[in-house]
Structure formats: structure tokens, C-alpha cells
Design a protein around this ligand. Structure first.
Ligand code: OXD
Ligand code: MN
Length: 593
């Protein structure tokens, strides 16, 4: 039975039913009873495997098709009426053409199958910062993942009432045919259609499709921001908590930073880090004039390889119950999971991610991977030992600092602060990361990824920069978050990382908060404010102030090359580049003269 009388929803649903032609329609009401029945069915059909009930209670295992293991950026389209509104960094298709193409692919594709209707809320149900979506899907895997990643069910429909402010999402697995796989966003219609995939980022429509691509466009029109940012709270020994939002491209340790465990010395003094979110922030000005952020998600869809007790104790702990593992390896002796970097003992009696039974140690020694490099865990946020008590706060948390970061072997210092908001926007807009050996292609090539939003901005990137500038104009400079850049990845001439990273990044966050509180001075350089090495706490680290100075150094020649690179990058955006960003570039250039 329908969970709503909202006519806009019922009419839309009728159209979807006529299109895909399911054998039955099941509304997901959010009850544990219904979810348990669905889990049982998934296990019965073999779509999911139940893992060891003692070691991983309530956890399920799933494999996707080997050619359906990651987001597909070249098949992800922004379907705005005008191509120029999608901008030069997005793939675009005219909406009428896109709808026709997608309807032709999806038509009758649910034949003999069940249509699940998932009402979900991004953000706490009923919060003024939250938004609602409906995803219809023919995948049980999607239902069970959405049940972890979002708030679902009847209460969501009650909160929406008769409103038309909800995002339409159609997912059709079809034949999971890579040649006809499309992930399409229609920002002007509040609509998403995803066909021929069953992989997380392409099919959990609340995440990248809604919470970033559609929401970034909504935010521009409604005066708020959807950002690819973690949110963490840093508690000092007096019990005061300051919140930071941080954006990093993939493979820069975002989930690890969100769940950081402070070094011993800090822990002893009483410092703590609390996680509000690990991937996405929705940000809006509060009544006191400060910016407030919520995490629209309700779980973590994290990369498994590399996650271990040491690199991210809290993420690992989050996966111990009620989680879903996708494309990792299975240990057949005890029916648990394994991935590269979990520990040094690949299971002997193993099933690799595609399902072949192998001898784990031999298989790994031959240079194979037991888990897919992009294998994932879907873990409920409530499992996270360091989850912030503000996680459910409908008003969000007040943001003291925005942090941008990337992987730069030689260029960016460990940390620097922008001179002001507009310069901070320039720092975010021009951020870049060097490609690693983990991905195909040349290593060490600089890829610009503005605010880490390159694959996620639902409209013209330069208009998005302008939106950042415009937000800044509405803020009292004393209340605006301060903007920083970090680089955990500086290397010496021998190619060794110069900074220990992980928990020790706390030392940098400490400096950032002290800057926000006006408690510490900084050195004015060509690129912004850089710490005096004496002001970064090195207690307990095998590192001298001289070592630190090397990581804080600003190499003028390299920065001149960088400024030229930025100038060249801006050409792509023509006269749409906000004047404030051009000014920042001009200032950078003249500072480097
Ligand atoms: C993610 C991503 O999965 O950014 O969070 O790709
Ligand atoms: Mn992400």
C-alpha cells in the first residue's frame, strides 16, 4: 500500500510503473521486520551471502559484475536544457534526447520483477536542512544499502506531506550492460535516472547523484551549499568542540581524517575528534550568521582496501555489525571478509572478489588482488565509536574552518591559510592532486579538482565558484569560516613522505583551530599564511623544527609554474571565471615576481 497520498508522488509513480512494468510494487516502510524479510530473500536467491553471525552479526556479502565496480564518469551526464549550464567539466545531453534514450533502455525492464519504492531523507527527518527523495529500484542490494546510507520509510513521507519538493529517482538494473550504462541527472527537473549498473556510487541515488549533483544546483538557487566534504568536531580539554569541513579528491584519506585518533600526547590532555560525516556536507547560514553543516547521509560507503586497526580503527569498528561488504574477498574457513591492507594474513581458503576459490597467500604472492581496489563497506553511522553527539542535530554544527587538500609531492606546504574568503575560494577552485600508481595512466600528473567537486558539480563549475563568492558576500568576515589548504603528501628528494600523516594530522588541525581563535601568529608568504614551525606541536614525534620548516617551505619557482598552470586552466572557463578569482591569481603572480 502506498505510504503517501501526495499526488505528485503517486502520479510520478504511475508513470514509472507503466514504463518499467513490474510484477508487483513494494513500498519500503523502514520497519526492521520488512528489511529482515528482504534480507532473507536476498540470501535465498544468492544475491547476498550471510556472513558469520558471531563475528559479523547482521552483515551481508555481495559481488557486482566485474565490469560494474566503480562510478563511470564518462557515462554520467548532466541533462540541463542548455549545454552551457552544464559547463566544460561535465558530460551533457539535451534532456528530451536523454529521457528518450533512457526510457527506451528501461522500458519493461522490471518485467517479472518487484519494484521497490524507497522514500528517503537526506539529513535527519524533518530537519530544515534536509531534503527528501524517492528511489524506485529493482535491486534488493539497493534497498538494503539505502536503508543504511539514508533515513528511509513512512516517517519520511509524513515529513514531506503534500509538498512537491522531492527528488525523483529511477534505477533500473536492466542487463547491467556496460555499453548502455548511464547515470543521468536532470537538475531542472529534480530527477535522476540510472540504468544498467548495480554498483553503489551509480545506484544509491541519494549519495553522489542527489546529495551532490542535484543538491549543488538546488543550493545555488536556494542560497546554500552541497559540498564533497567531511565534517569533524575537535574537542579540547575544556570540552569545547570546534567543527571543520574538509574536501579532498579520492585517495587522499578523507574517511581516515574524519575518524582521526589523536596522538598519545593529545589524548592524555583530553583532546578528542568526533565524526559528523565522512563524505558530504550540506551547509547553510544559521540565525546567528554563522555557517552550519549537516551530514545528509546515515552511513559510510567506504573503500575497504587499506582500512585496518591502525589506519582507521573507527571505520573498521563501524563495519562489525549490520554492514554490507561489496567486492571484497571472503575467508571461507570462518565466513568473514578480507581485503588488501586489513592485515598481513590473506586467508588460505579464500574466495577472491570475482568468486574464484584460491589459496590467498599464493594468489597474492603471484601479484593478484583478492579484493577489488574499489571494494567497499556500507556501514551504519551509529556503529562508529567516535560518532558525534551532534550527528542527529537537525540544525547542524557551526563551522569554524573549511579545509581543502590534495596530493602534491613538492608544491604545497603542509598547511597554509588563505588571506580572506575570496582568496580561500581561489585556493579551493584551483586545488589539484597528483595521480598515483593506483590508477591507470601517468603517475604524478596534476589533475585539477576544484573543491574535490569535479565529478559531482551539477552545473557550470565557474557558476559554482561564483556561488562560493556570493555566499561569502552574505557573511560577516568575523563569522565566516576561515579557509585553509593542507598537503599530507610532501616528499623529500629521495621520494619519502616528509609528514607522518594519519593521527598526527591532529597537530595541523590544532594549528588551524588556534588560527580560527586568533591565538597564534603566522608568517605571511606569497601564497597565504604559513605556520611558524614553533607553533606546530611536535611533541612525541621524531621530527625537528628544521624538518618541519622543509615541509612548510614555499618554493617560488614551483609556485610560478603553478600560477601559469592555473592561468591555463582558467582559459577553459572563459569570461565566466569570477573577477575575484582572477584578482587572486593576479595577486599570486605579483607576489611571486
Ligand atoms: C566516494 C567517491 O565514493 O568520492 O565517496 O568516489
Ligand atoms: Mn566521495
Amino acid at each position: 500500500m502506498a505510504l503517501t497520498t501526495n499526488k505528485t508522488i503517486l502520479d510520478w509513480l504511475d508513470e514509472q510503473i507503466k514504463l518499467v512494468n513490474p510484477k508487483e510494487v513494494v513500498w519500503i516502510d523502514g520497519s526492521e521486520e520488512q528489511l529482515e524479510k528482504i534480507r532473507e530473500e536476498a540470501v535465498k536467491t544468492g544475491e547476498m551471502i550471510k556472513l558469520n553471525e558471531d563475528l559479523l552479526p547482521g552483515c551481508l556479502y555481495h559481488r557486482t559484475k566485474p565490469d560494474d565496480v566503480a562510478r563511470v564518469e564518462d557515462r554520467t551526464l548532466i541533462c540541463s536544457k542548455k549545454e552551457e549550464d552544464a559547463g566544460p567539466t561535465n558530460h551533457w545531453m539535451e534532456p528530451t534526447k536523454a529521457y528518450k534514450m533512457l526510457y527506451d533502455i528501461a522500458r519493461n525492464s522490471y518485467e517479472g520483477r518487484t519494484m521497490y519504492v524507497i522514500p528517503y531523507s537526506m539529513g535527519p527527518v524533518g530537519s530544515p536542512l534536509s531534503k527528501i527523495g524517492i528511489e524506485v529500484t529493482d535491486s534488493i542490494y539497493v534497498v538494503l544499502n539505502m536503508a543504511i546510507m539514508t533515513r528511509i520509510g513512512k516517517s519520511v513521507m509524513d515529513a514531506l506531506g503534500d509538498s512537491n519538493d522531492w527528488v525523483r529517482g529511477l534505477h533500473a538494473k536492466c542487463n547491467v550492460n556496460a555499453e548502455e550504462r548511464w547515470i543521468c541527472q536532470f537538475p531542472e527537473d529534480n530527477a535522476i535516472i540510472s540504468v544498467n549498473s548495480a554498483y553503489g556510487g551509480n545506484v544509491l541515488l541519494g549519495k553522489k547523484c542527489f546529495a551532490l549533483r542535484i543538491a549543488s544546483y538546488q543550493g545555488k538557487n536556494e542560497g546554500w551549499q552541497a559540498e564533497h566534504m567531511l565534517i569533524l568536531g575537535l574537542e579540547n580539554p575544556q570540552g569545547e568542540v570546534k567543527y571543520i569541513c574538509a574536501a579532498f579528491p579520492s585517495a587522499c584519506g578523507k574517511t581516515n581524517l574524519a575518524m582521526l585518533i589523536p596522538p598519545e600526547g593529545y589524548k592524555k590532555k583530553g583532546y578528542k575528534v568526533w565524526t559528523v560525516g565522512d563524505d558530504i556536507s550540506w551547509i547553510r547560514k544559521g540565525p546567528d550568521g554563522r555557517l552550519y553543516a549537516i551530514n545528509p547521509e546515515n552511513g559510510f560507503f567506504g573503500v575497504a582496501p587499506g582500512t585496518n586497526e591502525k589506519s582507521n580503527y573507527n571505520a573498521l569498528a563501524s563495519t562489525k555489525k549490520g554492514a554490507i561488504f561489496t567486492n571484497v574477498a571472503r575467508n571461507l574457513d570462518n565466513n568473514t571478509v578480507w581485503w588488501e591492507g586489513l592485515d598481513k594474513n590473506p586467508p588460505v581458503n579464500a574466495e577472491e572478489w570475482k568468486g574464484a576459490k584460491v589459496n590467498g597467500p599464493d594468489y597474492v604472492a603471484e601479484g593478484n588482488k583478492l579484493a577489488h581496489p574499489n571494494s567497499r563497506f556500507t556501514a551504519p553511522a551509529v556503529n562508529c565509536p567516535c560518532l558525534s553527539s551532534e550527528f542527529e542535530n537537525p540544525n547542524g554544527v557551526p563551522i569554524s574552518a573549511f579545509v581543502f587538500g590534495g596530493r602534491r609531492a613538492k608544491l604545497a606546504p603542509l598547511v597554509y591559510q588563505s588571506r580572506d574568503w575570496n582568496h580561500g575560494v581561489f585556493v579551493g577552485a584551483t586545488m589539484a592532486s597528483e595521480t598515483t600508481a593506483a590508477a591507470a595512466g601517468a603517475v604524478g600528473v596534476v589533475r585539477r579538482d576544484p573543491m574535490a567537486m569535479l565529478p559531482f558539480c551539477g552545473y557550470h563549475m565557474a557558476d559554482y565558484w561564483q556561488h562560493w563568492i556570493d555566499i561569502g558576500k552574505t557573511l560577516d568576515p568575523d563569522k565566516a569560516p576561515k579557509i585553509f589548504n593542507v598537503n599530507w603528501f610532501r616528499k623529500d628528494d629521495e621520494g619519502n613522505f616528509m609528514w607522518p600523516g594519519f593521527g598526527d594530522n591532529m597537530r595541523v588541525l590544532d594549528w588551524i583551530i588556534q588560527r580560527c581563535e586568533g591565538k597564534v601568529d603566522a608568517k605571511e608568504t606569497e601564497i597565504g599564511y604559513v605556520p611558524y614551525s614553533k607553533d606546530i606541536n611536535l611533541e612525541g614525534l621524531d621530527m625537528t623544527a628544521e624538518d618541519l620548516d622543509k615541509i612548510l617551505d614555499v618554493d617560488k619557482d614551483l609556485w610560478k609554474e603553478e600560477a601559469d598552470g592555473i592561468e591555463e586552466y582558467f582559459v577553459k572557463f572563459g569570461d565566466k571565471v569570477p573577477a575575484e578569482l582572477r584578482e587572486s591569481l593576479a595577486t599570486l603572480k605579483s607576489n611571486l615576481e
